[in-house]
Design a protein around this ligand. Structure first.
Ligand SMILES: Nc1nc2c(c(=O)[nH]1)N[C@H]1C(S)=C(S)[C@@H](COP(=O)(O)O)O[C@H]1N2
Ligand SMILES: [Mo]
Length: 587
């Protein structure tokens, strides 16, 4: 247990918790007054070559093209060739009839999936707001993004990824308001797990019932059939009633098949491709999609596809016999009364109520949300990724031309300044805690250990990435030198810099298991040169299976402890205590 004089001792108490919660809410209110710009649709820009054009311009072009396509479909349907094609491959139900109506498993999984996806999309947009730029290269060089939700990166000053965040309306993001990626991730991942679970339940039923034949195309005739339906719908004819949603036509079947067997798996696989633990262990995995940023872009586009599908789906449900269709999907009866409509309205009202509650809860009971997420998402992540040490090495040519700096505060204490002005000659890295041999090491002594170099991909929680070469002391050697006590499970890293505007040092913790990995480094060089001040001079961490926020910069001291619970508010780090992040993040 820490002694009284220990400046890092635990200060967990209900009063402290209330204070942290209040600070969190206050910062949100302050930030909304103008530190971060709000997302505005007028500021969403797509890059065409070297120019950025407003997304409105593109949507205008798309609407124009849409009108042309509708006109062409109408002309074609009226032509003799067109009508021949349409009679030959009529847009009629192709799936076998279901005498007993829509089965219960379809109705329930459909409803729950809708609910889960609303949360996943909204919290996903909130994650995006933390780095509102999408790239095709893994480097994330400003000006090279293909889509951005705010203006260009200022060139005349240091611009951190934290400053680049935007504010979302709570109508769009969950929780909305000030950027808060920790909270957004708790919602996103918890509901991801539910989404996968319901998907598994659905698949089990699907593959053990004849429903499978309604969904999986088995005949090539589905292609001309779907084309015929596309022409029918595009020429604005909507077969009403008879077909409805009880028997699928070719286009319907193909679309549902694609949503379930293409979009959903793609969402999961591209989500995983953003994981430092996976990427830095298995180079082939992010390569399936190109790289982490392509995976991230696809992840976003899959979300767009889900939203577009939802809009089209609802439009067709309404246009082809609203009441009857809603009876099919809610009650499994094909009647024409308003029962299904009543249920549907109630479900929408419930989903809205849940979202309103979730936004409020996010700002008032953030610790509860974090705890639940740590116990579920956190444990699962550990299970899935804990055992593999990162080992991927990039080539020199892969090094990023631009590496985003990221922090809330640079070190500005008199202590650090005095050390910096003397080129860190007087710097002593203090390594203490539950160790047999506490040490204080000068930079010279640290360098004398022998340097390890590695070229790795940095994964920031906010979304950007970058490749750099790091040189420094393998942490395993330091462990060997200080000989930790057997009860040590975590190691604390304290920075010279403040963690936020409110003061209080930046710090974070790592499991001793992660620190023994061959790629865990105390780095003092970056890209073959002395570590720049911006990136953490004199010392910063590299723990390549974890996200960037755990790589403490400007390290002043290291402490071996039994558990991070014994330090400060007990959640594992500054971001964990103040921003309610998860304590370990392998994705
Ligand atoms: N002391 C300190 N270390 C820090 C941070 C910080 O705010 N303060 N930010 C972290 C985050 S969120 C990231 S992504 C990396 C960024 O490292 P870089 O600035 O070298 O790119 O530093 C991490 N280390
Ligand atoms: Mo980060």
């Amino acid at each position: 247990m820490p002694d009284r004089a220990d400046p890092h001792a635990s200060n967990r108490s209900p009063a402290r918790e209330a204070e942290l919660q209040d600070e969190f809410l206050q910062e949100k209110l302050l930030a909304e007054e103008g530190v971060h710009p709000r997302m505005r649709l007028t500021r969403v820009h797509v890059r065409l070559g070297r120019r950025f054009v407003s997304v409105w311009w593109l949507l205008g072009v798309a609407a124009g093209l849409g009108a042309i396509v509708v006109g062409a479909a109408k002309l074609y349907a009226a032509s003799s060739a067109g009508s021949r094609f349409l009679t030959q491959h009529a847009c009629v139900p192709t799936s076998p009839p279901v005498p007993a109506g829509m089965p219960a498993f379809v109705r329930w999984t459909h409803l729950l999936t809708f609910f889960f996806l609303v949360i996943i999309v909204r919290s996903g947009l909130q994650v995006l707001a933390d780095h509102p730029r999408l790239y095709t290269k893994v480097h994330c060089t400003p000006g090279h993004e293909w889509l951005r939700f705010r203006g260009p990166v200022p060139r005349d000053r240091v611009w951190t990824a934290k400053e680049d965040t935007i504010t979302l309306s709570p109508l769009v993001g969950l929780p909305g308001g000030r950027h808060t990626i920790g909270v957004a991730r708790h919602w996103h991942f918890s509901f991801d797990i539910l989404f996968v679970a319901i998907g598994i339940v659905y698949m089990v039923f699907l593959f053990s019932t004849p429903w499978l034949h309604r969904l999986v195309p088995t005949h090539t005739a589905i292609v001309p059939g779907a084309a015929s339906c596309a022409v029918t719908y595009l020429s604005l004819h909507f077969p009403r009633g008879a077909s409805g949603y009880l028997r699928y036509d070719a286009l319907q079947q193909l679309t549902y098949f694609a949503v379930i067997f293409l979009l959903a798996p793609l969402a999961i696989l591209t989500g995983l491709a953003m994981s430092p633990a996976l990427d830095n262990r298995h180079r082939w995995y992010p390569r399936l999609f190109g790289n982490r940023q392509v995976a991230r872009s696809i992840h976003f586009l899959v979300m767009v596809a889900f939203v577009v599908f939802f809009i089209g789906h609802m439009a067709l449900v309404a246009l082809t016999g609203f009441a009857r269709n809603l009876n099919d999907i809610t009650l499994g009866t094909n009647r024409d009364n308003l029962d299904g409509f009543a249920i549907w309205t109630a479900v929408i009202a419930l989903v809205i109520t849940f979202n309103v509650w979730a936004v409020r809860f996010s700002w008032t009971h953030t610790r509860v949300l974090q705890r639940v997420s740590n116990l579920t998402v956190g444990r699962l992540m550990d299970r899935l990724f804990d055992h593999s040490a990162p080992r991927v090495q990039y080539r020199r040519e892969d090094i990023s031309p631009y590496f985003w700096p990221n922090h809330a505060r640079m070190p500005d204490s008199p202590e650090w300044r005095a050390l910096a002005s003397d080129d860190f000659r007087a710097y002593r890295l203090k390594v203490h805690g539950l160790v047999e041999n506490p040490v204080e090491l000068s930079m010279e002594q640290i360098r004398a250990f022998g340097k390890q170099e590695q070229i790795t991909l940095h994964h920031c929680i906010q979304g950007w990435s970058g490749i750099a070469e790091w040189g420094g002391l393998p942490f395993a050697e330091l462990i060997e030198l200080v000989r930790p006590a057997p009860e040590v499970e975590w190691v604390m890293f304290y920075s010279f810099a403040a963690g936020g505007e409110g003061g209080g040092r930046y710090y974070d913790s790592h499991s001793i298991h992660d620190l023994r990995h061959p790629q865990s480094l105390l780095a003092y060089e970056m890209n073959g040169e002395r570590l720049p001040i911006l990136h953490g001079r004199p010392l910063r961490l590299r723990v390549e299976n974890q996200l960037g926020f755990k790589h403490v910069k400007w390290i002043s001291e290291i402490e071996f402890v039994h558990h991070f619970r014994e330090r400060y508010a007990g959640q594992g780090g500054y971001n964990e205590d103040h921003e309610f992040f998860g304590y370990r993040d392998e994705i």
